[in-house]
Design a protein around this ligand. Structure first.
Ligand SMILES: [Zn+2]
Length: 468
């Protein structure tokens, strides 16, 4: 940042000071700047104006063509079916920009096939409409006489109240005009279920490719920052995990990470450090980094013990230095199995350190967004059930109105209040453990898991236990 103003801008009896800086990030965009003369009559205490001219190009917004769709005649069953058939997993296995274009194109392709948008039809529809408007039979009507005294609504006496504005806002049509991507809100609304999955993928991708790289920029170097700063950074990813799962603030971080399959940022930093050190150890990094690697124990002591291949630990006088990149990564490095660390293949190392990464089952995306959220909250022990609220000291009792502890198991399988809805939903399933109803099971097929999720979510929604 550059501060352009160098003269004082405020004068008083005994002193002058610079109170009005002009700060730009690139000094070249400032074509001219000055501090003007005092323009007030007062000449003991006065303020001078600082001003400047910025040489900036304002981007031009290009117009975009809009297609007009005959939504009334759309075949939405086929439109949804078309989207349902898309193999999003394979298609979206690319970078985020490509993924966004693919989703947009798929929606438009499906809409083009099943929702009429012929320009001729459109022109005819407009013609018919305007013809109807101008063919009113007004032969026997007289032009009314205007009494100007009766006009009460003139521009300067109309008062729009807050309520009126509020009412108008409530009347707004959801069929808003499309944006530059030509996607109508109807396309999104009518195929909400079909599109929830690819859109969730896009969200994850944007987190992965846009936000996380910023949070992790040069993270191997700054990993020894104070814990409260680490927590602040971590909280951004935690918040994103809450958005994805729909979990509330009551949900524990470990459960959130387990449910999303994400690795915590602190763990990722430590993995990045090991990978970076692997490059240094195997001469795959610039020389100024490789030369920092201390010798291995067998080179120093000429010994032949189990630890001979370990890298020599560094002597540290302060904890701050001890936690910095090189000393801390050497400790981690020495705890790796020898065949992993000594192998120059980064692939083997990455496989080893990422061995516990969990793939999130695809059936977690079954059902509508609301059903998914309520289901996930039960799974993550952060729902509105009394047991979950009681565990967080939010309510005084964990009991259901029927007198038993209101746990997920009680709610889904036992509570008499929902007996009828249960007979039509959960009871139609084979007998599953509560864990399977909440999280699915690896022992059964994805289709069976999807069916369980759909049935459990319809039970949750129909009971209205968490609001309608
Ligand atoms: Zn009950």
């Amino acid at each position: 940042m550059h501060q352009a103003i160098t003269e004082p801008t405020f004068y008083c009896e005994n002193s002058s000071s610079l109170l009005d800086p002009l700060i730009v990030n690139d000094i070249h965009i400032l074509a001219y700047h000055e501090v003007s003369e005092n323009i007030l009559e007062a000449n003991t205490r006065y303020h001078c104006q600082a001003s400047g001219i910025l040489n900036l190009h304002k981007p031009k917004y290009t117009q975009f063509k809009r297609k007009v769709w005959d939504f009334e005649k759309g075949d939405y069953d086929r439109y949804c079916e078309e989207l349902r058939q898309v193999d999003w997993d394979t298609l979206l296995d690319t970078n985020l920009n490509n993924a966004v274009s693919i989703v947009t194109q798929k929606i438009l392709d499906a809409a083009n096939k099943h929702i009429p948008n012929d320009n001729k039809d459109k022109a005819n529809a407009f013609n018919r409409y305007f013809c109807d408007q101008s063919s009113v039979d007004d032969s026997s009507t007289n032009i009314p006489e205007l009494n100007l005294d009766d006009i009460i609504h003139t521009l300067d006496n109309i008062i729009i109240t807050q309520e009126e504005v509020h009412d108008q806002l409530l009347l707004l049509d959801v069929c808003k005009a499309t944006g530059p991507d030509s996607i109508s809100t109807r396309f999104l609304k009518y195929a909400a279920r079909e599109l929830s999955y690819p859109l969730a993928l896009l969200f994850n991708k944007s987190l992965q490719f846009f936000i996380r790289p910023i949070l992790e920029y040069a993270d191997t170097v700054w990993d020894n920052i104070p814990i409260y700063l680490k927590d602040k950074i971590e909280s951004i990813q935690i918040e994103a995990a809450r958005v994805v799962t729909g979990a509330t603030k009551l949900c524990s971080k470990s459960k959130l990470y387990n449910d999303t399959g994400w690795v915590s940022l602190s763990e990722r930093r430590s993995r990045h450090k090991i990978i970076k050190f692997h490059d240094m150890f195997h001469d795959q990094a610039p020389n100024y980094l490789c030369s920092l690697v201390p010798q291995q124990l067998y080179q120093v002591y000429n010994c032949n013990t189990r630890r001979a291949f370990n890298v020599q630990n560094m002597n540290c006088r302060t904890t701050f230095y001890q936690n910095s990149f090189l000393p801390s990564v050497i400790r981690e490095w020495n705890s790796l199995p020898q065949d992993v660390g000594c192998n120059p293949s980064k692939f083997i190392l990455k496989n080893y350190i990422n061995r516990d990464i969990k793939k999130v089952p695809t059936y977690y995306n079954t059902g509508c967004r609301k059903g998914q959220i309520l289901h996930a909250r039960l799974r993550l022990n952060c729902s509105g059930l009394n047991e979950h609220l009681f565990q967080k000291n939010i309510v005084l009792s964990s009991l259901c109105i029927c007198g038993h502890v209101e746990s997920s198991k009680h709610y889904l399988l036992e509570c008499h209040n929902y007996r009828l809805i249960r007979t039509q939903t959960i009871s139609t399933l084979p007998r599953y453990k509560i864990q399977t109803l909440l999280s699915g099971s690896e022992l059964i097929s994805d289709e069976e898991n999807e069916n369980i999720f759909r049935v459990v979510q319809s039970f949750i929604l129909e009971t209205g236990r968490f609001g309608s």
